[in-house]
Design a protein around this ligand. Structure first.
Ligand SMILES: Nc1nc2c(ncn2[C@@H]2O[C@H](COP(=O)(O)OP(=O)(O)OP(=O)(O)O)[C@@H](O)[C@H]2O)c(=O)[nH]1
Ligand SMILES: [Mg+2]
Length: 454
């Protein structure tokens, strides 16, 4: 799998930078050359490869690494931000007066994703969704779509006996005239052959869809760029959905699809069920694509004033399951120094901290608010109490609440949160993969970089 090689390629290109603060001209040249190869092998197109390596070189020449940060980490952080930038911001289709045309090659997940999107808009936006099955080539496409949506109120339009896709779309649009959102599933092929091209052109012209969405399997790799380019020529793609990201593929080829169409990735498919659809988040995608040291990233992201030793000590305590309210407090302080939780979370593997990385934006904002509140409450506690919050009985809880100007419920909530975090930390320390990664991190400079992937 080409993508699995990316992280290995990057780490071997940058490996020599570990424990270095300076490099010479020749080393820079060699590094860029080897990085270029790694990116190309991992499905990046020539233009992207050139752009990324040039930006890296420029920034490495212009930007001094922060004190205490070695050049490798510096370079990795630059690469990370450049890749996120390359992906661009994501967006969602509007939930009203919208027609989505789903296109893509054979077996990429169009029909499944049509059902997923229909359910997504019905559930999340409460709108009236209708779907049209316009695939007249795959036998059983209509019943497949019906089956996927059998427990949903989404209306499925299809004419399983009709072989004229354009006609079906015309009738379907009439049938769904009152729907807020209509999604049209089309036929796939191994290749974009002439028949499919003219059929798609006709459907596209008739439907005058507001969004033309390319569905692309995460495993396609190198082919993603050219495939996306040809569909773009045909139907002017406005958005991309990458499917099967629950598998082993990391989906780097999708970056070429972004480049070829100039359109954002909107969602990702993470399973076969109708609910297995997620909003696309570029930063998490890149972390996953690079498969690189998340804990390391978390620590290195902190500004100079963050005590690295303290961060290490904390992480170590987290990993051993010893975790007092004081530790949580420090962890929170650290978070606030790092800046937004968002940034911090993007560096955590999604299993860590109970899948906090998968929280929605509003959940994250909620958490940020809680942090401020918790901090005030903890200021009213003795350090003994912070070491063992379970000693706080009703009377003390009342006084702490009064002392910090919050409700008793808030104090109890803080204790409950600590209890949950503590349990999670225990879970993490019991997770062998995380533990292994952590031990490598602690070994510091002697560790073998190539093994640093998750
Ligand atoms: N694991 C996983 N499987 C998926 C995902 N999306 C689709 N699939 C599976 O991929 C296979 C093909 O999906 P379809 O939705 O039939 O693909 P299609 O593009 O409509 O295929 P054609 O109509 O034959 O061109 C099915 O077995 C799906 O269950 C995903 O996100 N994750
Ligand atoms: Mg299909």
């Amino acid at each position: 799998m080409a993508l699995e090689r990316l992280s290995r390629g990057i780490f071997s290109s940058l490996g020599f930078l570990k424990s270095r603060r300076k490099i010479n001209e020749q080393e820079m040249k060699d590094m860029i050359r080897s990085l270029r190869r790694a990116l190309q092998e991992a499905d990046f197109n020539v233009r992207q490869t050139k752009e990324i390596t040039e930006r890296l070189e420029t920034r490495m020449r212009e930007e001094e690494p922060r004190p205490g940060i070695n050049l490798q980490t510096h370079a990795l952080n630059i690469l990370y931000t450049e890749l996120v930038r390359l992906l661009g911001p994501s967006r969602e289709p509007l939930p009203r007066q919208t027609t989505l045309l789903m296109v893509g090659l054979y077996g990429q997940g169009k029909t499944t994703t049509t059902a997923k999107l229909a359910e997504w808009f019905r559930r999340k936006h409460g709108v009236n969704v209708g779907v049209i099955e316009a695939d007249v080539h795959r036998p059983g496409a209509y019943s497949q779509l019906n089956q996927l949506l059998e427990n949903s109120s989404v209306e499925v339009y299809g004419e399983p006996e009709n072989t004229n896709a354009v006609e079906i779309v015309r009738n379907g649009l009439d049938a769904h005239a009152s729907a807020d959102l209509v999604i049209i599933d089309t036929a796939g092929r191994h290749q974009l052959d002439e028949e499919l091209v003219s059929e798609l052109e006709n459907i596209s012209r008739l439907a005058n869809a507001s969004e033309r969405i390319l569905v692309i399997d995460a495993q396609v790799g190198q082919a993603a760029g050219p495939v996306a380019a040809s569909f773009h020529n045909l139907a002017e793609i406005t958005g991309i959905i990458v499917t099967k990201l629950d598998g082993t593929a990391r989906g780097g080829g999708a970056l070429s699809a972004v480049a070829a169409t100039g359109s954002p990735i909107m969602y990702i498919g993470v399973g076969e069920k109708v609910t297995d659809l997620e909003r696309f988040e570029g930063d998490r995608f890149i972390s996953r694509l690079l498969g690189m040291g998340d804990i390391q990233g978390l620590i290195d992201l902190a500004p100079e004033d963050l005590d690295e030793e303290e961060a290490m000590r904390l992480t170590q305590r987290m990993m051993t399951g010893r975790f007092t309210l004081n530790d949580m407090y420090k962890q929170m302080e650290m978070m606030s120094k790092v800046g937004t939780i968002d940034k911090l979370l993007s560096f955590l593997p999604s299993g860590m901290l109970g899948g906090m990385g998968a929280m929605s934006k509003s959940q994250k904002q909620e958490m940020q608010k809680n942090l401020d509140k918790y901090r005030v409450i903890m200021d009213s506690m003795t350090s003994n109490e912070k070491n063992d919050p379970l000693q706080l009985k009703a009377e003390r809880i009342r006084r702490v609440a009064r002392g910090s100007g919050v409700r008793e419920k808030d104090v109890r909530e803080l204790i409950a949160q600590w209890n949950r975090s503590k349990k999670m930390m225990k879970g993490i320390s019991g997770n062998r993969r995380m533990n292994k990664q952590f031990k490598k991190l602690m070994r510091d400079d002697s560790g073998d970089l190539n093994e640093f992937t998750m």
